[in-house]
Structures are given as structure tokens and as C-alpha cells.
Design a protein around this ligand. Structure first.
Ligand code: NAD
Length: 509
């Protein structure tokens, strides 16, 4: 019988109401369904939200230290169960076991940051702003907030959202990707095991119907979304229309600029990992390499070809695989279609992954013939109007574009519609500094290929990669998941003079 991955609502695992719709959860290495997941109806989502609202009242009354002690225990349980979680994640997503551990660990980093909630929630205080008058502010939770997350980081992004939201005293409705939903449920169960009250962290599966129920709810106060740009914009607009705060992070096209003075071996090592790791299904993957000068390009091209030749594509649990399958048959077809468009548009295809599946035919005697594998693909002489450059491919495809100057290289990521991440490889500190200051992209790496900021800084792209003004994790996350109340109080001492009625704006003197 097919395993059903349940919702986790008000502390209880439920498999969906009578007549529920289900989606298959695939093992992308085998191209076979391994479980099914219920897709919540509007009524089920609304019921979960109502339960969350009840639970939130008690959660918000706990002082922050008590809340973070539960999060501290949660961190310990996630670490204790790391191997089980990483295996589950790898089997549903298709990323390698070690990469799956990285997905979970980068999420845990943000839970650790959230342990600083008592400090982050401290307000400001101004003594004696007038005679006997003080002003202070406090940060209060919003109530019930929702997270809507993508398939490509099924542990990290739910933890990035729920850690600060919970630490700040909110209840959370997490709507993870229906393609790899098991780990978010296990994370919710571990939160309960850590002593988290029922109903404070709920995991509700679903598709557009569930998302729309969240967006239309009058109880939900804020929505954190991460996924593709079209949906990000849709959610941002609908949240604005219903008066919710929203932060919506979208797609990406991340460039790596390689200046002639760069250490080209280091740059090539960084590039091969950043372009092909996780089959290119990372929002911070490098998909465009921009060497400056023909000599740099020719040398880099040779170094990349040597490295690409050694890559092994295999079952996600194969310890020798550099990367596994892409997530679905649709994703595979879309990537192949875009590669075809690149060839038709006249880009030079140096390595064509379309005909290459997994390097081995089987793993632990299971056939990989139906798995969603695609070999690394490498294009040279890509130009700005080609769809392989304008669109996010989200697969193991690297485009090389040759720039003649620093200014030309700087203009490419700056003028691209996406603005998530970018990196520059150089030994020239002044060039790196100039680049970092001028480039129109939200996150910049200098001799770092995937510049995902550490948890106590913030993460967020610009332009079509991010809608909303506050970033994920770091201090912004506490700003996003709280609202500020400012109190002005008058306690004059030692005077009976009440001054009488005042009909003009009071002067603070
Ligand atoms: P997606 O947009 O297909 O799905 C994201 C979420 O939206 C899922 O929970 C899904 O169920 C829901 N959804 C899908 N279609 C919907 C619809 N029509 N209406 C309402 N909700 C809908 O994204 P994905 O394929 O899961 O993830 C890959 C995308 O996410 C890539 O574009 C990647 O760049 C992006 N991403 C961005 C960041 C970032 O921080 N900018 C991080 C990770 C991933």
C-alpha cells in the first residue's frame, strides 16, 4: 500500500478529509512514486488556521526565553536525527545525501540565530522625552503567519521562516512543496517532541487551492514565500490586496565574473561546484560564467572541460555521485527544451547533457533507467537575447558569455531581470570593491561562488528575485515577524499641576 505523508495540524497527523485529493511523491532517482500526499481543501486550511490562532495566544504569553528553550531542544533533536532526515530529503528531492545534510544544517543555523530572540525583541527606550514623560517601543508577534516554500530546499527554507516566526511568538502554517513534503512534517513532529505546544507549528500540504485559502484568510497576518518569480509576484499582489505583509522571493540567474588576474584553477573549481551541485537546482547556483578577455575565457573553458569530464551523476544516495537527478519529469523536459533552444539560437554547445543519464545504470540493484537524470551541459558564446540566458533554467546548465572589459561584465548581472546572487573572482581588491558597490544584485561573493550570507546577516535578492522590503533571516526576520508598538507615558512626580486642557499639538519640552 502506498505510504501517505500526513498533514500535521494542531499536533495531530491527519491524512486528509473524506474525498481529499492526493499528489504522488516521486523518487526522482528511480522515476517512481514512493508515497502520496494529501492536498488540503480550503476548509481544511481554514480549520488549521483557526486552531493555530487559538494556540498562538498561549505561545505569545510565554516569555521569549521559554520559547527559545523549546527551540534549543528542537535543534538538538534535528541534529540527533540528521541522518534520517537527510536520507528522507535526498530520496524525495534527488540531491545527494551530503548536500541534503547541508540543506538541513543551513536551516539549523537560522534556528540558532533565533535563540537570540530575547535580544532581537528588545525594544527601544527614551527616558524623559518631556517632563515626566518617557517613550518606549516593544516588538509584538503578528499572530498567525504562513510559509509557502519551494521544493529545492525542503528543510532550510521552512526553518528559515518558522525559526524567527516562532521565536517571536507567532503560530505558523507551513505549506511546503508538495513534491518533497516528508521532511517538513518530520521537522514539525520534532518541534512537538521538543515541547512545542500543539497548533503552534502546523504543516499543511497542498497546491493552489491551499495557497489561495492562506492568501484570503482574514486571520493570517503575514506570508513568507519562496519559489518561482511568477508565483512570488502573484502572492505579493494578493497579500497587498488583503492587507497582509509579505516577503516573496523568486527565481534567479546568477553570474560569476572572472577577471584576468583571478586564480583560474580556484575559479574553475568554484564554478563547477556552483553550476552543477544539486543539479543546478539552487536559487544561488551559478548559471552564467563571464570571463573578461578572450585569453581568460579560453583558459577557463579548458579548465572547465577537464573538470566536467570527471563529474559523476548518479542515484541521490550514491556516495560517489557529484549530483543526482532533477526533481521531476517535467523539470527534465523543460531543461532539455531550453538546451535545444540554446543550440538553435547559435550558442556553441561544448558538453551536451541531454543524452547522458546517470553514469551507472543501477544503484544497489535498482535500475536508474527511468530516473530524471541529465548530464552537465556547458555552452560557450552565449549572447544576451538567447532564452538560455534570459530564463532561469534550474538545471545543470552553464552558459559562458565573453566580456571584453570590467564594465561590460558588470553590466550583465546589473541589467538582468533577476538579481539574486553574483560573484567576482579576482586578486584585485579595488576591482572587487568597485564591483560589489556598483552591481545591481542583492548578494555578492568575492572569490566565493555561492554567497549565501550567514544566518545573522540577511538573505534576499533584488529585482525579479525578491518582492518586499525585508529579507529572510538575520535581524530583518524579527522585523518581518513582529510589529512595533510605541508607548508614550506620563508619570510626573512631585507636582499637582495638571496644566489644564491643551488644544494645540503638545510641545515636548
Ligand atoms: P514554485 O513556484 O513552483 O512553487 C513554490 C511554492 O508555490 C510551492 O509550495 C507550490 O506548491 C506553490 N505553488 C505552485 N504553483 C502555485 C500556484 N499556481 N498558485 C499558488 N501557489 C503555487 O517553485 P519551485 O519549483 O518549488 O521552486 C523553484 C523556484 O524557487 C526557482 O525559481 C528558484 O529560483 C526559486 N527559489 C528562490 C529562492 C530565493 O531565495 N530567491 C530560494 C529557493 C528557490
Amino acid at each position: 500500500m502506498t505510504r501517505t505523508i500526513p498533514h500535521l495540524i494542531n499536533g495531530t497527523a491527519t491524512e486528509g478529509n473524506e474525498g481529499a485529493r492526493f499528489a504522488d511523491v516521486m523518487n526522482p532517482s528511480l522515476g517512481k512514486a514512493q508515497a502520496r500526499v494529501p492536498l488540503a481543501s480550503t476548509e481544511e486550511v481554514n480549520e488549521a488556521i483557526r486552531q493555530a490562532a487559538k494556540a498562538q495566544e498561549g505561545w505569545a504569553k510565554l516569555n521569549p526565553q521559554r520559547r527559545i528553550r523549546i527551540i534549543m531542544k528542537w535543534i538538538q533533536l534535528i541534529n540527533d536525527n540528521m541522518d534520517e532526515l537527510a536520507k528522507l530529503l535526498s530520496l524525495e528531492h534527488g540531491k545527494t545525501f551530503i548536500d541534503a545534510k547541508g540543506d538541513i544544517s543551513r536551516g539549523v543555523d537560522v534556528l540558532e540565530f533565533a535563540l537570540g530572540a530575547p535580544h532581537q525583541l528588545k525594544g527601544e527606550y527614551s527616558d524623559a522625552v518631556g517632563t515626566g514623560i518617557d517613550t518606549y517601543s516593544m516588538r509584538q508577534p503578528l499572530g498567525v503567519v504562513a510559509g509557502i516554500t519551494p521544493f529545492n530546499f525542503p528543510a532550510m527554507i521552512p526553518l528559515w521562516q518558522s525559526g524567527p516566526a516562532l521565536a517571536a511568538g507567532n503560530a505558523v502554517i507551513m505549506k511546503p512543496s508538495e513534491r518533497d513534503p516528508s521532511v517538513p512534517v518530520r521537522l514539525g513532529e520534532l518541534f512537538l517532541e521538543a515541547g512545542g505546544p500543539a497548533g503552534v507549528l502546523n504543516v499543511v500540504h497542498g497546491d493552489k487551492e491551499a495557497v489561495d485559502a492562506i492568501l484570503d484568510s482574514e486571520i493570517i497576518q503575514a506570508v513568507g514565500f519562496v519559489g518561482s518569480t511568477g508565483i512570488a509576484q502573484y502572492i505579493y499582489e494578493r497579500c497587498a490586496a488583503t492587507g497582509k505583509r509579505a516577503q516573496c522571493f523568486g527565481g534567479a540567474k546568477n553570474h560569476m565574473i572572472i577577471l584576468p588576474d583571478a586564480d583560474l584553477d580556484r575559479a574553475a573549481d568554484a564554478l563547477v561546484g556552483a553550476a552543477y551541485g544539486s543539479a543546478g537546482e539552487r536559487c544561488m547556483a551559478i548559471s552564467v560564467a563571464v570571463p573578461v578577455g578572450q585569453k581568460t575565457a579560453d583558459t577557463l573553458r579548458e579548465k572547465m572541460l577537464e573538470r566536467i569530464d570527471k563529474l559523476k551523476v548518479g542515484h541521490s544516495l550514491d556516495p560517489d555521485a557529484d549530483y543526482g537527478p532533477v526533481v521531476s519529469a517535467d523539470a527534465l523536459a523543460r531543461i532539455k527544451k531550453l538546451i535545444g533552444e540554446g543550440v538553435d539560437a547559435g550558442a556553441e554547445i561544448l558538453v551536451d547533457g541531454r543524452e547522458n543519464g546517470a553514469t551507472d545504470e543501477s544503484f544497489e540493484s535498482e535500475s536508474l533507467a527511468e530516473g530524471y537524470f541529465i548530464g552537465p551541459t556547458f555552452f560557450d558564446h552565449v549572447t544576451p537575447k538567447m532564452s538560455i540566458y534570459t530564463e532561469e533554467i534550474f538545471g545543470p546548465v552553464l552558459c559562458m558569455m565573453r566580456a571584453e572589459s570590467f564594465e561590460e561584465a558588470l553590466a550583465l548581472p546589473s541589467e538582468h531581470v533577476y538579481g539574486n546572487g553574483v560573484s567576482i573572482f579576482t586578486r584585485n581588491g579595488a576591482a572587487a570593491r568597485e564591483f560589489a558597490r556598483r552591481v545591481q544584485v542583492g548578494m555578492v561573493g568575492v572569490n566565493v561562488p555561492i554567497p549565501v550570507p550567514i544566518a545573522y546577516h540577511t538573505f534576499g535578492g533584488w529585482k525579479a528575485s525578491g518582492f518586499g522590503d525585508l529579507n529572510q533571516h538575520g535581524p530583518d526576520s524579527f522585523r518581518f515577524y513582529t510589529r512595533t508598538k510605541t508607548v508614550t507615558s506620563s508619570w510626573p512626580f512631585d507636582t499637582d499641576d495638571h496644566g489644564g486642557a491643551d488644544f494645540a499639538m503638545p510641545l515636548m519640552d
